[in-house]
Ligand binder design. Structure first.
Ligand SMILES: Cc1cc2nc3c(=O)[nH]c(=O)nc-3n(C[C@H](O)[C@H](O)[C@H](O)COP(=O)(O)O)c2cc1C
Length: 369
């Protein structure tokens, strides 16, 4: 019998994946120690449990102190954090897994509570009118400080430094988090970027910061180990509003990514119903597949059937699963054996400790014993 599409192996620009099932990046807020260091007991164990994934993409990890925007997320800018991650990657590799780290800067989605009362930075001083997840719970976002050219150059270097640390920590690659309303997305979008210098105005200018980061990171590590994430049809979430330039902007970015030999482009289908939004691409994989020449990873609300179908239709090469991976550490084996999935508990997504993190049963594995 022919193996289902999700379970066929894949050559990710030189990295051999045993299947097409990817664990999507997910913030879990378990680095509740003063230096935001990932630990073997929590992060190591969590990712090891999920090592049968074709590829794991880690939770968003801030590239600097300035980049943080959620409570207890791990960083990848200090030596302690790098040492912590080294232990995590070792555990994943010993379990025959592969893991990329997601490099994150939240920009204006941060809050002064993270920065001793200082404002967070962003392309322009425009409040997203959203909520920040601070140590004291959800708080209204503030009007951020507009980044100077010097701030931008420093941030480009922060990404390069984080990439260097990621290689030092033995990750198989990095994913640049240019999605979901965070810093890069704030540069792309005309409603969050009112700059009049070379980082604002035209589409090329609004995409410039991303390509400067990409160029800096590829000085540090091979392009084939760099992945990149975009959420082109994000509307009304994390302060993002689409406009008539949104589609041309993402088309430009995706086209230009063809100049690079990346590990993959990771796209999300719309997070919410955008059927009434005139500026939205409704079917992301179908729209971008013909534009992008490299490996396409697709995400959002996929189950086993839809995942197999999107690959069979050749609309994507890999499928990233988010919430199903929280509650099914053995997702690949469940797909193999057609075992129903367990439900996730939203109450424990972002709380400290093992509960709702390490205690989901790997039912499909137990049955194998
Ligand atoms: C608890 C949680 C944390 C998340 N954290 C991140 C993150 O750190 N970086 C990111 O790019 N997306 C993050 N996401 C979005 C997921 O990667 C994914 O896009 C989303 O859950 C939709 O996929 P799904 O329908 O398979 O869950 C998060 C989602 C959840 C549920």
């Amino acid at each position: 019998m022919k193996k289902q599409a999700l379970l066929q192996d894949y050559n990710l620009n030189g990295l051999k994946l045993p299947n097409r099932v990817v664990m999507a990046p997910m913030t879990r807020s378990r680095a509740d120690n003063p230096d935001n260091v990932p630990t073997e007991e929590l992060h190591g164990e969590y990712y090891k449990q999920r090592a049968s994934a074709g590829l794991i993409i880690s939770e968003g990890s801030q590239v600097s102190k300035e980049a943080v925007g959620y409570v207890n997320t791990p960083g990848i800018y200090s030596e302690k954090q790098t040492e912590g991650w080294k232990k995590v990657t070792k555990m994943v590799h010993e379990a025959n897994g592969r893991i990329f780290i997601q490099l994150w800067h939240v920009g204006r989605m941060s809050h002064p509570d993270f920065h001793n009362g200082e404002k967070p930075v962003a392309p322009s001083a425009i409040n997203p009118e959203a909520k920040s997840f601070t140590p004291d719970g959800f708080k209204d976002t503030v009007t951020p400080k507009e980044m100077t050219i010097e701030d931008i150059k420093r941030t480009v270097q922060d990404f390069a430094n984080a990439a260097k640390n990621a290689m030092e920590a033995d990750f198989d690659g990095v994913e640049i988090h240019s999605s979901n309303g965070y810093l890069f997305h704030q540069f792309f979008n005309g409603t969050s970027n009112h700059r009049t210098d070379e980082y604002g105005g035209s589409i090329e200018n609004r995409a410039r910061f991303l390509f400067e980061v990409l160029d800096a990171v590829k000085e540090i590590m091979p392009e084939k180990k760099i992945g990149l994430r975009l959420n082109p049809s994000l509307d009304g979430i994390f302060g993002m509003k689409m406009d008539e330039e949104t589609i041309p902007t993402f088309d430009y970015i995706v086209n230009k990514l063809n100049d690079y030999d990346l590990a993959y482009l990771h796209l999300s289908e719309p997070f919410n119903d955008v059927s009434d939004v005139p500026y939205a691409v409704k079917e992301i994989a179908k729209h971008y597949r013909p534009i992008y020449n490299g490996t396409l990873m697709i995400n959002t609300a996929f189950d086993q059937e839809k995942g197999n179908k999107v690959i069979e239709n050749d609309d994507a090469d890999l499928v990233a699963y988010g919430k199903p991976y929280i509650s099914n550490p053995d997702l690949v084996e469940r797909f193999e054996k057609d075992i129903p999935l367990s439900d996730w508990d939203e109450e424990t997504f972002y709380v400290p400790g093992k509960k709702g993190y390490l205690d989901y049963e790997a039912k499909a594995r137990k049955e194998k014993v």
